[in-house]
Ligand binder design. Structure first.
Ligand code: MN
Length: 241
């Protein structure tokens, strides 16, 4: 049982090299895995499953082909693509997961998350997150015409480009107490997440004297990052695109 985990590709028309790297990753690594977990910020922006942009169609076709090859695909929302819905997931042949999801493999319990929910020191962001995750806000936004949604998304992107928010130093890191709490609540010994663009493996000392681990995926820019989980254990891998 080989599982792969990726996050933070930030796929967009402005980054064609990342799309190419992802398609190569599917053909090379993912096709021989059993499961692929996409842990959010897969797309740099998502304004609704009815968006007819070619990139969405191209990615759906590639994922559907992977699913057709017997690879189970799972998707967790990030703070960029939280509006990705059941309709698009079905087009891709993938299953949507809740914001926290536990899998058991090889005697370990792994907690999967995008990671933005652990950045609780960023009060302004958590306020924004609570707003846009509310069903009423989402229904209201999705009811707007596509052109209006596109304009809102473009304005948000311009604003975030000003703030260089794709740079790790501009994204607030996780709050350690939140990590320990989540691991304890979910009875897990390993947390896998993305979001912070700070790829690393961290030991997490727990209150009960045990040591858990936090493994952080990286953003796909010049290189790409994935985690491979197999009977041999967990590896955080960086590869040239
Ligand atoms: Mn994120």
């Amino acid at each position: 049982m080989d599982a792969l985990f990726i996050s933070d590709l930030h796929l967009s028309e402005e980054r064609p090299h990342t799309t190419a790297a992802f398609l190569a990753f599917l053909a090379d690594k993912a096709v021989v895995a059993d499961e692929l977990y996409i842990l959010g910020d897969f797309f740099d922006a998502w304004i609704g499953d009815d968006d007819d942009r070619p990139l969405a169609g191209q990615i759906a076709q590639a994922l559907r082909q992977l699913a057709g090859n017997g690879v189970r695909i799972f998707f967790q929302h990030g703070n960029r693509d939280f509006l990705l819905g059941e309709q698009y997931a079905a087009r891709c042949g993938m299953q949507l997961l809740p914001a926290l999801h536990v899998i058991e493999r090889h005697g370990h319990r792994y907690l999967l998350a995008h990671g933005d929910q652990f950045c609780t020191d960023d009060a302004a962001y958590q306020q924004f997150r609570a707003m846009v995750r509310a069903p009423a806000w989402q229904q209201d936004f999705l009811a707007k015409p596509l052109a209006e949604r596109r304009a809102i998304a473009a304005a948000l992107r311009a604003k975030s480009r000003e703030a260089n928010s794709l740079k790790a130093e501009d994204i607030m890191d996780v709050t350690p107490a939140e990590i320990e709490r989540a691991l304890q609540e979910q009875q897990c010994d390993t947390l896998i997440h993305g979001h912070t663009h700070r790829p690393a493996r961290h030991s997490v000392p727990m209150a009960d004297g045990t040591t858990a681990e936090r493994v952080v995926l990286g953003e796909w820019v010049a290189t790409y990052w994935c985690i491979r989980l197999s009977a041999d254990g967990l590896q955080l891998q960086e590869q040239q695109a």
